[in-house]
Design a protein around this ligand. Structure first.
Ligand code: CAA
Length: 285
């Protein structure tokens, strides 16, 4: 029988976690948002509130929808607060070490029936599942950024994921009105396997002096009809995340065509991580 998801826990109140909380609450689900500090949770709640207010102003939702969604989201810095959740989605930093540490802290507090999902953009679901107490109830639910706007969610089974877990995740995505693409558990799945090498190549194009930041982005926006140029998109995703995904591809597929561009490495080393720190290929200060 498919587990009905009523309460969703989200670990990590960053860009992705905030978006997942937003769409889950708008879909009528109760949301528990967990992060290490109340400051981070409050920033996330303010972001969700701001995006909901924009949607009201544009007429895509009503003021009553906004109020109802806001009352459904509760924040907690304590992992024990996730104890009533039917589904917990980890949307922490794209680091295997960080994620595994979080699972160790969170799993003892979860209901035995709870499904644990990761929003990882590239790391092996099977390997992450093996670090939990519930590999059969573990799955990849990979949202795209910005979550409220992007239609797609990738669903990725690990080797031990049970059909009932997959079905519950599929029903949850349907409730959010998202379209799913099922991917096998290979490095970076489908979207990032294709998207990130394109972004990395754009960075090589800059590194080799083929074009400027502006000419590369204009070329791809107007020449290939992409909504954002690849360098603007890299800043939007976060250059640290882009680098992590390229490293997973490079190590996981052992092919030099996935070598991260040295300029990407240098920007990350400089702390120029893109829009979130106001500096990346563009200066947002
Ligand atoms: N949160 C919520 N809504 C947002 C938003 C955000 N962060 N940013 C924009 N929007 C909404 C706007 O409110 C607007 O809504 P309406 O249509 O209802 O008016 C709509 O999106 C369009 O926004 P704008 O008019 O301000 O700007 P735009 O037309 O340039 O669109 C964009 C912005 C939707 C981000 C568009 O540029 C785009 O689609 N970019 C590409 C995004 C993309 O490729 N995402 C995938 C990244 S890869 C990934 O996520 C996987 C991974 O693991 C790394």
């Amino acid at each position: 029988m498919t587990l009905e998801i009523r309460t969703v826990g989200i670990i990590g109140a960053g860009q992705m976690g905030s978006g997942i909380a937003h769409v889950s609450a708008l879909a009528g689900l109760d949301v528990v948002l967990n992060d290490v500090t109340t400051d981070r949770i409050n920033t996330s709640l303010a972001t969700i509130n701001g995006t909901l207010a924009r949607q009201v102003a544009k007429g895509t939702i009503t003021e009553a929808d906004r109020q109802a969604a806001l009352t459904r989201v509760k924040g907690t810095p304590d992992a024990a607060g996730l104890g009533d959740c039917d589904l917990v989605i980890e949307a922490a930093t794209e680091s295997e070490t960080v994620k595994v540490k979080i699972y160790g802290q969170v799993c003892p507090h979860l209901k035995p029936s709870a499904i644990l999902a990761t929003n990882t953009s590239s790391i092996s679901i099977t390997r992450l599942a093996a670090a939990t107490d519930r590999p059969e109830k573990f799955i990849g639910i990979h949202f795209m950024n910005p979550v409220p706007v992007m239609q797609l969610v990738e669903l990725i089974r690990g080797i031990a994921t049970e059909d009932s877990t997959f079905d519950a995740a599929r029903v949850y995505c349907g409730r959010l009105d998202k379209t799913i693409a099922v991917s096998e558990d290979f490095p970076a799945f489908i979207v990032n396997r294709i998207l990130l090498p394109m972004i990395n190549e754009a960075i090589y194009t800059l590194y080799e002096g083929v074009g400027t930041v502006e000419s590369i982005d204009t070329a791809m926006k107007l020449g290939a009809n992409h909504p954002m140029g690849p360098l603007q998109l890299a800043d939007f995703i976060g250059l640290d995340t882009c680098l992590s995904i390229m490293q997973v591809l490079h190590e996981g597929l052992a092919d030099s065509k996935y070598r991260p561009c040295p300029l990407l490495v240098k920007y990350v080393e400089a702390g120029w991580l893109g829009r979130k720190v106001k500096r990346g290929f563009y200066d947002y200060r």
